[in-house]
Design a protein around this ligand. Sequence first.
Ligand SMILES: Cc1cc2nc3c(=O)[nH]c(=O)nc-3n(C[C@H](O)[C@H](O)[C@H](O)COP(=O)(O)OP(=O)(O)OC[C@H]3O[C@@H](n4cnc5c(N)ncnc54)[C@H](O)[C@@H]3O)c2cc1C
Length: 116
Amino acid sequence: MLVSVGRGIESQDNMEIVLELADALGVPLSASRPVVDAGWLPKTRQVGQSGLKVKPKVYLAFGISGAPEHLEGMRNAELIIACNTDPGAPIFGVAHCGTTVDLFDLVPELVDKIRG
Ligand SMILES: Cc1cc2nc3c(=O)[nH]c(=O)nc-3n(C[C@H](O)[C@H](O)[C@H](O)COP(=O)(O)OP(=O)(O)OC[C@H]3O[C@@H](n4cnc5c(N)ncnc54)[C@H](O)[C@@H]3O)c2cc1C
């Protein structure tokens, strides 16, 4: 399983909430290219055409639009779950399920549920 984050996270300070979710689930955190280009995660965590091709059982995408170069790296995941406030985001074209809930509402809620 991978928790993956995109430009929707907005700032380095906000990375804390997705790091916490990945930690609560005990899985790695990966990212789209803008997050890596900003220096918020190392290049070894970039998913996509110029990064890693991954095939996890579950790919949780937060604030990732689903550009073709990103999809190339993860579209073969067994289950893709997307969180994106834009219902027209291309990630929903490959996601098996998803939500347009704001990630800043959803992620802390998930952490609370997982940690009980
Ligand atoms: C040659 C080449 C190679 C490339 N290689 C890669 C690659 O390997 N990997 C890669 O990822 N990209 C790659 N790219 C870049 C790619 O084209 C996109 O620019 C990039 O994937 C976009 O990243 P993103 O989805 O994080 O950002 P954006 O496209 O900016 O999407 C951010 C998304 O977050 C959503 N959002 C905003 N706020 C919230 C919120 N509060 N809650 C929920 N959702 C929210 C928005 O609706 C938006 O859809 C490459 C490009 C080129 C030209």
